[in-house]
Write a protein that binds this ligand. Sequence first.
Ligand SMILES: Cc1cc2nc3c(=O)[nH]c(=O)nc-3n(C[C@H](O)[C@H](O)[C@H](O)COP(=O)(O)O)c2cc1C
Length: 160
Amino acid sequence: MNLAGKKILTAYFSWSGNTKVVAEKIHAKVGGDIFRIEPVAPYPSDYNETAYGVAKEQKEKGIHPPIKNADITSYDVIFVGTPAWWHTMAPPVMTFLAQNNFEAKTIVPFVTHGGGGAYSIEKEMAKLAKGAKVLSAFVVFGRGNSNIDGDISAWLNGLK
Ligand SMILES: Cc1cc2nc3c(=O)[nH]c(=O)nc-3n(C[C@H](O)[C@H](O)[C@H](O)COP(=O)(O)O)c2cc1C
């Protein structure tokens, strides 16, 4: 993808660090700014409390939890990273996509997962981020293996 002259943001949510690692690698390659999406009410640090408590309830009730927002107006291309949570993106990423104006912007998704893949996250991002063009996601198990840097470069080169 030709990013020349584009204003770029990498925005990601990460609970246990995998998506943060991948976000930082993408940011190092594409430049621009980086922003960590954080819910106003942090998730518990305990896995079961987060997974089977808060996150499951948010998923079941379709809750978009309030986040500390970023001003995305000046960006043309926004890389949006999320862990797979209950077969979709993490709820704070839903908030980020739904409450900002993505008209005429390009979203480039990236997803880290625990074995389930990216599910329909690309399509769901397109639904939430009204007006955005959503490109093909980079999808990786955990934080990837020793090929991760090459895999990211190959994905970036193949984006249209
Ligand atoms: C609440 C919660 C739900 C999850 N649901 C899924 C899932 O549906 N499918 C999957 O493959 N992995 C699932 N995982 C595993 C994460 O997607 C995976 O560990 C991811 O890389 C974590 O990213 P992070 O370290 O940036 O938070 C879940 C993890 C959590 C905490």
